[in-house]
Design a protein around this ligand. Structure first.
Ligand code: FAD
Length: 350
């Protein structure tokens, strides 16, 4: 079956919903296709104890403040899932449970092929996130390790590792939060490429958003790029992280050089034994559905101006990271690029 729409949004997480909000305001005819059957995007699949690194007031979407979660300063993931489900309902956003396999050109239109028919559209917004493409660094001996290896996406709770020797790799927010989660009940070795860089204790994700806003203003005004948030540090010291760090439970070791059957081997030849290795080593954008458009440059990246693909002006990429708008891969940060994408599309299709 073939459907016809002005705009197809691929992905119904926070980015796709924010896009839908603005498309609706502009009176465009659109559908949101999401591979999952329940609302909440990637927030449905994170570990049990995850807390946002900023308060509810800094985690809102266009048109709707995130409500406070009881007395908690930093909401949990279930709260975000409920917020997104409510947002979808409140703005009557047309989300269909459909997986997209590919997007290709079809005369003057873009054709979106799915497991449930095809949609032809004047424009497409791709908002498929990164949570579906976990990244594992190449390392010698990966296949030699006899224990369990998992990525952040597969980690749920410290109970699964009680009393075990765990090596946790990664010095970002996820790495620090999961290390804090594991520190009490496991024999933990936390491994990072460089010394962990905590933001000052009295600042949280709000400072990251302020830095992102300053960057966006500088870019909008044609001033020098302020460089975003990297200079502030990598880890927000949310209360569980701060507590574990202050109790001396979060000592980081340098990265090892290879995996061996019983654990890992360091550059000096010494070894550490492990029952499990958890890789908190990040994600890559989930863009395989765009392969038929052949937009990747030499470095494997799709070139964008704002959210719009340079070589395919009917396509916008939303929510993947700073390259699709400063702080666009966050709840509060995606609103502005979503609005800009919807406006550009309205100019194109009218
Ligand atoms: P997703 O939530 O991944 O949604 C994408 C949707 O696209 C999914 O529902 C998926 O089913 C669908 N999809 C994918 N491929 C297809 C396909 N081929 N066809 C159809 N549908 C498809 N941000 C904050 O603002 N504050 C925080 O404190 C914070 N903490 C974070 C902690 C962690 C551990 C992580 C990983 C991220 C955190 N973020 C935080 C970042 C960010 O808010 C999330 O990554 C967010 O989920 C991104 O939303 P999204 O809509 O772009 O992508």
């Amino acid at each position: 079956m073939t459907h016809q729409m002005q705009v197809v949004v691929i992905g119904g997480g926070q980015s796709g919903l924010a896009a839908g909000y603005h498309l609706r305001r502009l009176g465009l005819d659109f559908v949101i296709l999401d591979a999952q059957t329940t609302p909440g995007g990637a927030w449905q699949h994170v570990w049990d104890s995850l807390r946002l690194f900023s308060p509810a007031a800094y985690s809102s979407l266009p048109g709707r403040l995130m409500p406070l979660q009881a007395a908690e300063t930093y909401p949990d993931a279930q709260h975000v899932v409920e917020f997104l489900a409510d947002y979808e309902k409140r703005y009557e956003l047309p989300v269909r449970p459909v997986r997209v396999h590919g997007v290709h050109r079809d005369g003057g239109l873009l054709c979106v092929e799915t497991d449930s028919g095809r949609w032809r559209a004047r424009a497409v917004i791709s908002a498929t996130g990164t949570g579906w493409r976990p990244f594992l660094p190449a390392i010698p001996g990966r296949g030699d390790f006899g224990g369990r290896q998992l990525h952040t996406v597969d980690y749920r709770s410290p109970q699964d590792f009680a009393g075990r020797r765990v090596i946790m790799v990664g010095g970002g927010n996820s790495g620090a939060q999961i290390a804090a989660d594991l520190a009490r009940d496991t024999e933990l070795t936390w491994v990072t490429r460089r010394l962990p860089r905590y933001l000052a204790d009295d600042i949280d994700g709000r400072a990251l958003f302020d830095a992102a806003t300053a960057r966006r203003r500088a870019l909008d005004a044609g001033r020098t790029d302020t460089g975003g948030v990297a200079s502030l540090g990598d880890i927000v010291a949310v209360p569980p992280v701060r507590e574990a760090r202050d109790r001396g439970l979060l000592k980081a070791s340098p990265m090892f050089t290879r995996l061996v059957r019983g654990g890992v081997e360091r550059a000096d030849g010494t070894r550490a034994e492990a029952d499990a290795i958890i890789w908190c080593t990040g994600f890559r954008p989930a863009l395989s559905h765009l392969v038929p458009l052949q937009l990747r440059g030499r470095r494997g990246h799709i070139a964008t101006t704002g959210t719009r693909a340079v070589d395919e002006p009917r396509l916008h990429l939303l929510g993947y990271g700073d390259w699709t708008g400063p702080a666009s891969a966050t709840l509060i940060g995606v609103g502005r690029p979503a609005r800009d994408a919807a406006r550009k599309i309205a100019e194109l299709v009218r």
